[in-house]
Write a protein that binds this ligand. Structure first.
Ligand code: GDP
Ligand code: MG
Length: 250
């Protein structure tokens, strides 16, 4: 029977928060068996704290297959998502952060938005009152500036490309995995720009979200990498170097 849902979780040093998150996802899916059989793919991106082994301790229903991929060294969230999407087999692929800043219970909202075969992405910008715990001020500022640059470069009109809760048709996710190039945190923009250029609609959906401490994002290092990557993406776009649609991506 085809896997209905692949949940892809990029993980860096998540031995503490990952097992409870996996169990929460497991019990949500068990309560909503339309999603079964499902698989959860954890991509341990060169963690130093035994993230992969910790993930294996989570107790999950039998109809959920837990798969763990390892990068020997840290390659970045974009690279981890590429690995996870490439391994996925589901009709739908959900990308979620290990800390479940957006609770898994918001999945049905994305599903209804993606019913037309498009992509549905969680957003903190369309219904701001759904943000239960805001990010620290400097992160909020970084996020707004990043989005301003994304829009100024004409990459997309989406207001929040960076929320870690996105639902893709499975074939699209696998098509993206074979062409996506950015390894760092700007990969979300690249995925959305390519998907849009292949004709997929992108639906931005207000979801609940709460900031959870212990971020892996380093303000200076990651902002400069993200800026450089946005410029690369812009360049690929104006020079026609974005990937052509895959024949089987739809
Ligand atoms: N694979 C991988 N995942 C990462 C990396 N950095 C962050 N993550 C994951 O990306 C998700 C979001 O990270 P988090 O630190 O919560 O970011 P924040 O919520 O934006 O501050 C979590 O699942 C992290 O484990 C990385 O370098 N590689
Ligand atoms: Mg987080």
């Amino acid at each position: 029977m085809q896997i209905r849902l692949s949940v892809v979780i990029p993980a860096l040093n998540e031995s503490g928060r990952l097992p409870p998150s996996l169990e929460r996802i497991g019990s949500f899916l068990a309560d909503n068996p339309v999603w079964l059989p499902a698989e959860i793919i954890v991509v341990d991106d060169g963690s130093m704290d035994g993230t992969g082994e910790a993930a294996r301790t989570a107790k999950l229903p039998n109809e959920i297959d837990l798969r763990i991929a390892n990068h020997r060294k840290n390659l970045g969230k974009g690279a981890a998502v590429r690995t996870g999407f490439g391994l996925s087999a589901g009709k739908w692929v959900l990308l979620t952060d290990a800390d479940l800043s957006t609770p898994i219970e918001e999945l049905p909202l994305l599903v209804s938005a993606a019913e037309d075969g498009g992509v549905a992405i969680g957003s903190r910008a369309v219904q701001r009152h759904l943000v239960e715990v805001r990010q620290p001020r400097h992160r909020d500022f970084m996020g707004r500036t990043f989005n301003l640059i994304v829009r100024t470069l004409g990459l997309t009109k989406i207001h929040d490309t960076q929320c870690g809760f996105k639902l893709f048709p499975g074939n699209l996710a696998r098509g993206l995995a074979s062409v996506q190039r950015l390894d760092g945190f700007a990969f979300d923009v690249e995925l959305l720009v390519i998907a849009r250029s292949w004709g997929y609609l992108i639906h931005e959906v207000g979801v609940r979200w709460r900031h959870i401490e212990a971020s892996r994002v380093l303000a200076v290092r990651h902002s400069s990498q993200m800026l450089r990557d946005l410029l690369r993406l812009w360049w690929w776009r104006i020079t026609g170097a974005l990937p052509q649609p895959m024949k089987d991506s739809r």
